[in-house]
Write a protein that binds this ligand. Structure first.
Ligand SMILES: *Cc1c(COP(=O)(O)O)cnc(C)c1O
Length: 377
């Protein structure tokens, strides 16, 4: 038996909807579940319009295209994120410009954004990393001052809140993913949200080959097939009804970890997943940093846990260090986080006995290793 970092929680409600969709014959990208999922998810986030997509990556691409991002433009992204955030900028012929992380809460550091703005800068993509919201007041202020678009990458943070307001409701457009390990899933899937009717219409059009509304097979620009299927949406409608429950469970798991591992943090051996006073974190993946004082390196720590059936994941590799983006700059906070950070098992399916097992083993690995190494000094 292996405890995974994140697994989906799918039940009879999802199955019932899928059966209904299959029996109705509406199995492609038209059907009642698409409209319901778009409407209900947008409403949940406090945004007017939802445009469902095939996955979260194409949701980001669609948002950038709808805002007219193109060749030679620059788009500011955090260096510490999943690669899709940067790649979709590149798909447009634009250049991702990387910004360092905030040392306290790991998302993009707003104070490091302005120094990266040039006359070519068109947009900022803040990423609500591992379920923690970005500092949206500062980011929106900078965007206003420099006339930049904001696209929130909320792929990891459905339901997270900044000062009591849900993420995804701040930017010109926000993008979500419903991949199997995200807060809620449709298998593969994504969505763009916006309060701007014209942008919503443009995204719907681009999602469907940019076909003219009035003339069949008339296309004035190059569009995409980025549609979600009714089958995916059928799963999504049922998952959305459980989202608040999932968030509560994730926060309970986080509380367990934070309370049980506090001793290790007090000793300076690890750092716990932060939650700023202005934030409601949904802890998509509860994460810790293995500090240098622990004397066991992060990768060795992960190997030991793997051996006893506990899966963990390292933090993302910062984008500016990847071969295709190697920008030969130093972004020290992100590099430090990426070297020390791991995601712990965070599924809503975790039970108390598994939690106890994980916590005991984290103590064993860190404390034992610590004593072995200490004897050398
Ligand atoms: C998962 C994820 C995506 C991409 O979503 P997919 O549905 O897997 O294409 C984009 N950005 C971030 C931050 C993600 O975690």
């Amino acid at each position: 038996m292996r405890i995974p970092v994140a697994e989906p929680c799918i039940g009879d409600e999802e199955l019932k909807n899928v059966i209904e969709a299959v029996k109705s014959g509406w199995i492609s990208s038209k059907g009642k579940f698409i409209e319901e999922f778009e409407r209900e998810f947008a409403k949940y986030c406090g945004v007017k319009y939802g445009v469902a997509t095939a996955n979260g990556t194409v949701a980001l691409h669609l948002a950038l295209k709808a805002l007219g991002i193109g060749k030679g433009d620059e788009v500011i992204v955090p260096t510490l994120t999943f690669v899709a955030t940067a790649n979709t900028v590149t798909y447009c012929g634009a250049n991702p410009i990387f910004v360092d992380s905030h040392p306290e809460y790991w998302c993009i550091n707003p104070e490091k954004i302005e120094e990266k703005i040039t006359p070519r800068t068109k947009a900022i993509i803040p990423v609500h990393l591992y379920g923690h919201p970005c500092n949206m007041d500062r980011i929106m202020e900078i965007a206003r001052n420099y006339n930049l678009y904001v696209i929130e990458d909320a792929a990891e943070a459905h339901g997270a809140e900044y000062k009591g307001r849900k993420v995804g409701s701040f930017g010109d457009i926000s993008c979500f993913s419903f991949y199997g390990n995200k807060m809620i899933t449709t298998g593969e899937g994504g969505m763009c949200l916006t309060n701007n009717e014209e942008l919503a219409e443009r995204m719907r059009n681009l999602r469907d080959h940019a076909m003219s509304k009035n003339r069949k097979y008339w296309h004035e620009t190059i569009g995409f097939n980025y549609r979600m299927t009714n089958l995916q949406a059928a799963v999504g409608v049922a998952q959305l009804k459980k989202l608040d429950e999932f968030i509560e469970k994730k926060r309970r798991i986080a509380k367990w970890y934070s309370e049980e591992l506090k001793d290790l943090e007090d000793k300076g051996l690890i750092k716990l997943h932060p939650e700023m006073p202005w934030a409601k974190c949904v802890y998509w993946m509860y994460s810790i940093l293995i500090e240098d004082k622990a004397k066991i390196c992060r990768d060795e720590f992960m190997k030991r846990l793997e051996k006893i059936g506990i899966e963990t994941r390292p933090f993302f590799v910062p984008m500016h260090l990847l071969p295709m983006y190697n920008s030969r700059e130093r972004l020290p906070i992100a590099e430090d986080l990426a070297r020390k950070g791991i995601n712990l098992p965070s599924s809503v399916t975790l039970d108390k006995s598994q939690m106890t097992f994980i916590i005991q083993n984290i103590f064993n690995v860190i404390i034992n290793e610590n004593s072995i190494y200490s004897s050398h000094f």
